[in-house]
Design a binder for this molecule. Structure first.
Ligand code: PGA
Length: 244
């Protein structure tokens, strides 16, 4: 079930999202939280850092799982998603390296790397709250539009639109990795609750498409309609194509 929450602006959306994440951690200090990279959750992370500084929340007992990582980029690479999370959130709160889980983008054996991540998710008892952004093409994690849903952690070829969108972070488009390792649709759907954030006009079509009642692997996020507990936080721009 998708619960739509329209916020006045990006700041309000980020604050609301932070309250939801903090509440989860306050209620279950050992919660497994699924984190997402991208521009959209940055405001959420800023709010959470402030709440931590005000001693309203502590993350020292949570377990973290990130959705995805570029293939070929090490943790220390300035554009790796590990580095992004470390710089923008983990290092600014009381999260230590041993709490952090990422799919391994510098694997020797792709299948083993994917299986390992699924095992880690299972051993943690599954994700309690998964934070998600959404691509303009409806992707979640790096689950790109496709003919079928891929259920478990897997290696993907990035869509041209995604490479284009992400090239803003690289000196040159040719430097954007062509592949990523991502949690699958099934891995995401196993989360007990999901918080999807969208705050830009470029996401309006994708947001409209997840409220149609139709589940279509060409719009990967449309599967969320089958999940029992999804909060969709948007601002007016991202909600602009929804019928009132
Ligand atoms: P964005 O990315 O938050 O940078 O727009 C979201 C996504 O592609 O999942």
């Amino acid at each position: 079930m998708l619960q739509l929450i329209v916020n006045e602006n990006y700041h309000a959306l980020s604050k609301k999202a932070a309250q939801i994440v903090a509440k989860q951690v306050q209620e279950k200090p050992t919660a497994a939280i699924g984190f997402a990279t991208g521009s959209t959750p940055l405001g959420l992370y800023r709010e959470l850092i402030q709440m931590y500084q005000r001693k309203e929340v502590s993350f020292d007992r949570i377990t973290t799982f990130n959705l995805d990582e570029y293939v070929g980029l090490t943790k220390k690479h300035s554009q790796s998603y590990y580095h992004f999370m470390w710089e923008n959130f983990f290092s600014k709160v009381d999260i230590k390296e041993h709490q952090i889980h990422f799919p391994d983008g510098v694997y020797e054996d792709a299948d083993a790397a994917c299986e390992k991540y699924e095992r880690q998710l299972e051993e943690a008892g599954g994700v309690d709250l998964q934070i998600l952004g959404i691509g303009a093409n409806g992707h979640i994690g790096f689950n790109e539009p496709a003919d079928t849903f891929t259920m478990t952690t897997h290696i993907v070829e990035l869509a041209e639109q995604t490479i284009e969108a992400n090239s803003r972070f690289f000196a040159d488009k040719s430097e954007v990795p062509r592949k990523a390792i991502t949690m699958g649709i099934g891995s995401i759907m196993k989360a007990k609750s999901i918080l999807l954030l969208a705050s830009d006009e470029s996401k309006a079509e994708a947001i409209r498409d997840i409220f149609t009642g139709i589940v279509d692997p060409q719009i990967p996020a449309s599967i969320l309609q089958l999940h029992p507990n999804v909060m969709v936080l948007v601002n007016a721009e991202a909600a602009s194509l929804l019928q009132p």
